[in-house]
Write a protein that binds this ligand. Structure first.
Ligand SMILES: [Cu+2]
Length: 481
């Protein structure tokens, strides 16, 4: 059993024991969320096969299952990890070991990629270099230590646009080795996604719908999901903080989120806490990206406020004729809890030392092959023909990623975090470790990366997975010095 699971059991047991004082009406009330406040969007769990508290050992099977996603009594055949959408929540502590006995019971080959986790290259789940695809009926053991705290996620890296679109994703929470400050709010992990489902039959729409044009735009599903549920309800004690840890697991869709009348205090992103919270009116999550935000739901007793998806302009044709859409209702209850100060986060990151850094420039490109078919690539070369970018363990590189296309691209680097730089080369404040960052249309994005260890061939690609599948993917060959 991993430590974090154990500590929650202990906390539950002690809160039951503490109820001996419940009859004492002089005891000050500790405000709490409504009973079962997040049950409707509870993530599935998985059995830990290892009694060692520093090891989480689980079995995960990729298989199809029929689920009533639309709530209309129509079965949708969803591709899942262990039969649930999303897959089970995996939770460990930084420094713990994760062992996943993976079995592929799908009709096609797949892998599991651990997005954002600094795994050894052989555990990265990204064929052809880190492993061969796991064929139907075959198994693969993933076994690695999770070094960094944060919300991460896992998904296939084989036919990834199709397989994510059909439902293959799950959340991985790594708690920090040292306890976090208390009072950040009651945690809710939210996996956002979308799905293309025929509304009359419940059938999953094939992933190649719309042909090349669909792929060029990046296919978005019309059914928006929070933890696999369409427009679910989350309950909240008025004024009492909740900590929403959100991952965008959609294959193409950007999630621009607003909660009318509310602000968000962003306390983290892809990994770890910030040095101080950032107050934001909206949250923007590109595919693959995470946000760690504190919310104080406010309003009348019995009122519902709706977390809403807003159109985001990621380029040509991306906002026209598109309306805001409800994602999640927050149902308010109870007396209002008076605000108190958010605890000091104590996070933050030192900027990388850029002395002697090597410059790398790449362009995200689009062209037509001689046969007229659409090709996306890096520097005009699709992934299958690409030469890797050379790097050495211990080297620091400054990348300039230029985007020549009419659409923004969410750039993702495997295996290593990076720090954003602005056009002048200064660090973007606050300095953060990221694994995914937006490259605006007809614009560029710069970052610094240090290859700390772990030699091998590492992927980078657009996380609009239709684009990655069309060739917008490359490799960094990190050699031992
Ligand atoms: Cu793209």
């Amino acid at each position: 059993m991993a430590f974090a699971t154990w500590i929650r059991h202990v906390a539950l047991a002690s809160s039951i024991a503490a109820c001996a004082s419940c009859g004492d009406d002089t005891a000050p009330e500790t405000p709490s969320q409504p009973e079962g406040f997040a049950d409707e969007i509870a993530l599935a769990t998985v059995t830990d096969l290892d009694p060692d508290p520093s090891v989480l050992e689980v079995e995960i099977e990729a298989r199809t299952v029929d689920l009533d996603i639309l709530g209309l009594g129509l079965p949708t055949t969803v591709w899942t990890y262990n039969g649930s959408l999303p897959g089970p929540l995996l939770r460990l502590r930084a420094g713990d070991r994760l062992i996943v006995h993976f079995k592929n019971s799908l009709p096609q080959a797949t892998t599991v990629h651990w997005h954002g986790v600094r795994v050894p290259q052989a555990m990265d789940g990204s064929p052809p270099h880190s492993q061969a695809p796991v064929e139907p009926g075959d198994t693969f053991d993933y076994d690695f230590v999770v070094p960094d705290p944060g919300l991460f996620w896992f998904h296939p890296h084989e036919a990834s646009a199709a397989q994510l679109g059909y439902g293959l994703y799950g959340a991985l929470v790594v708690d920090p080795a040292e306890p976090e400050p208390e009072g950040l709010g009651d945690e809710v992990v939210m996996v956002l996604s979308d799905m293309s489902i025929d509304q009359t039959t419940g059938a999953m729409v094939p992933a190649d719908q719309g042909g090349e044009l669909g792929a060029l735009f990046g296919r978005e599903g019309g059914v928006l999901l929070v933890n696999g549920k369409q427009h679910p309800t989350l309950h909240a004690r008025r004024g009492l903080r909740q900590r929403w840890r959100i991952v965008n697991a959609a294959k193409s869709r950007y999630f621009r989120l607003a909660l009318p009348g509310h602000t968000f205090e962003r306390i983290g992103g892809d990994t770890g806490l910030l040095v101080a919270p950032i107050v934001q009116n909206e949250i923007l999550l590109m595919p693959g990206q995470r946000a760690d935000v504190v919310v104080r739901p406010m309003g009348e007793d019995g009122e519902r406020v709706t977390l809403t998806w807003l159109p985001y302009d990621r380029g040509y044709g991306s906002v026209e004729f598109r309306e805001p859409a409800p994602l999640l209702d927050v149902a308010l209850a109870g007396d209002t809890v008076e605000p108190d100060a958010l605890p000091a986060l104590g996070g933050g990151v030192a900027p990388l030392d850029l002395a002697g850094a090597t410059q790398v420039s790449i362009a995200l490109t689009q062209h037509n092959a001689p046969d007229g078919s659409l090709v996306l690539g890096i520097n005009g070369v699709p992934f299958q023909d690409a030469e890797p970018i050379a790097a050495e363990v211990g080297e620091t590189q400054i990348w300039t990623v230029t985007n020549e296309m009419e659409w923004a691209h969410p750039f993702h680097l495997h295996g290593f975090f990076f720090q954003r730089l602005d056009e002048s080369g200064a660090f973007v404040e606050p300095v953060e470790w990221l694994d995914t960052a937006d490259v605006p249309e007809k614009g560029s994005m710069r970052f610094a990366v240090r290859y700390d260890a772990r030699p091998g061939m590492w992927m980078f690609h657009c996380h609009i997975l239709d684009h990655a599948d069309l060739g917008m993917m490359g490799m960094v060959d990190v050699r031992q010095r």
